[in-house]
Design a protein. Structure first.
Length: 120
């Protein structure tokens, strides 16, 4: 069998192992730790069984890893934005005594800035 065939077989086996992990989550209610340990064991077994023929599995893993990284970066930026807005709100309300309520009779430029920067 050619090297490319072994690569494809390794990819199919990896997909089957992912299906097993998904089944454990949905039907057997396996915990997160159990699934992570099983996934680690599956990865080690797959690497040993298909020594040197895991190029396609590695490519799929790189794509998955990059997608997770992109999501984590977006979440981190969103949390940072929220933390800054909460700090600014606390400062404006408690220290600068700016009225940021919706029913405020005198909307200030600070309130307009806050609404634009933090609530949009």
């Amino acid at each position: 069998m050619s090297n490319i065939a072994y690569d494809w077989i390794a990819l199919v086996v990896a997909a089957i192992l992912f299906a097993v992990l998904s089944f454990l989550k949905r039907k057997k209610n396996a915990g997160f730790t159990t699934r992570v340990l099983l996934a680690t064991a599956f990865g080690i077994i797959l690497r040993i069984a298909f020594k040197g023929h895991t190029d396609y599995v590695g490519a799929a893993g790189s794509i998955w890893s990059n997608a997770i990284t992109a999501l984590v970066v977006l979440l981190a930026l969103g949390l940072f934005h929220r933390a800054v807005c909460d700090s600014v709100h606390t400062f404006l309300v408690r220290v600068a005594r700016v009225d940021l309520r919706e029913d405020s009779h005198r909307p200030t430029s600070v309130r307009k800035w806050f609404d634009t920067a933090c609530l949009a």
